[in-house]
Design a protein around this ligand. Sequence first.
Ligand code: KIV
Ligand code: ZN
Length: 520
Amino acid sequence: MSDANKLIIFDTTLRDGEQSPGASMNLSEKLEIARALDDLGVDVIEAGFPIASPGDFEAVRAVAHEVRRPTICGLARCSEADINRAWEALKDAERPRIHVFLATSAIHREFKLHMAKEEIVRRAVEGVKRARGYCADVEFSPEDAARTELDFLAEVVEKAIEAGATTINIPDTVGYAVPEQYAAAIRHLKKTVRGIDNIVISVHCHNDLGMAVANSLAALKEGARQVECTINGIGERAGNCALEEIVMAVRTRGDYFGIESEIHTQRLYPTSRLVSHVTGISVQRNKAIVGQNAFAHEAGIHQDGMLKERRTYEIMRPEDVGLPRTELVLGKHSGRHALKARIKELGYHLDENQLQKVFEAFKVLADKKKTIYDADIEALAESQVHDGPALWTLDSFHVSAGSNNIPMAAVSLTHAEGRKMHDAACGDGPVDAVFQTIERITGVDVKLKDYQVRSVTVGEDAQGEARVEVEYNGRLQRGQAVSTDVIEASAQAFLQAINRLAVREQQPRINPQTEMVTVS
Ligand code: KIV
Ligand code: ZN
């Protein structure tokens, strides 16, 4: 494949993806996802926004240190402090990239930055030059480019290239663009900006109007060669361009696009599952490529066609995106090796100690359940991807409920310092009573925003997965857990959300899309 035909996949699941409400991840979860992205074959991993919080800084540093093949990128505003901090986090990377951004649209200039056009250009140039002082690979993003006057956008882009930017990204920050118009903006830049043929044009589209993928594809037709995207399309508000959709669109319609990515497409499904597990954000059933129904044929006429010749109704093969051929994998008599191999195939990188714990839990589960499915194994593996010991662990609980009783729960928890504490409370139902008791013991009073229980697999002995979303201090936090007992799963999910809150509350963070740029 020539360079001109290569599509650069820039994954920002760990940065823009993490900006999805409630999707914050801890260090070991971010590392786990970074390793999976490496296996997937992405070219660039945007690992975080180092100045945003100490947690973000550590995550970028750890990813830069450990994941050696892809370019590792850190985000920075055009300020001295941001760029210094980004470099501090990235300096051990094999291939570091600093990504600087500054808003250029009239609405951002007037209301957010209070800066005139000249000042925007001056700061963009200073930011790019400062970043180039540290590293040869510098990306510049005129934030809200899609709503910026085309002539001014061209001016800023040209100045950023002169200052040394090697990639120019054109963000549709608020998901406002439509394909023809976005493509025309790329065409205009290609035609008018000096030096543009020597750099990579990148696109970064949000999905507020459901057009992030369509806009990105339209830009590729005009010569953009990097797409910024996230697994499952997670991200701010309605999310970002979905990596799996871009990759499979370009591959399936190679005849039309004439470009290729180096993504190992069979890793798409396992990576999607991993990100969904870690973030607690479910993938909608009919989601393209990785949704549960994406390859399911219901209508008899379709099934008949499929049996005669699958291409009658199938434009991609499920195995090409890594959909498991058979869901039933292991049973009570399966050994450690089979389990280890399956965990690896599912995209997890567990060390021997973690594998041993999963194996022990697997044996316990196999005694309770006749058949163990991929989803069961994922749930066990996921329980190992955590950042050190939790603040609170569940020892035991007891509930009593019935049609003419007041639902009550008694719960016993252990604090990380060793204190055992128990309490009891009444609630609207047994789950509510458990949640209320956990709140009493931990002293954390949250607002329950969402609560869902679903069966992980099929059958009467299936495990139940509970997902909760709570609000605390105006921010959302998710928790998720699996058990054959749905009340236990609910208690564990609620406690996980509270444990994550405890870590998060020690780390105030800056949101790049809402915060003012501090003066350099
Ligand atoms: O959406 C956006 O504009 C961004 C930039 C920081 C690239 O995420
Ligand atoms: Zn964005």
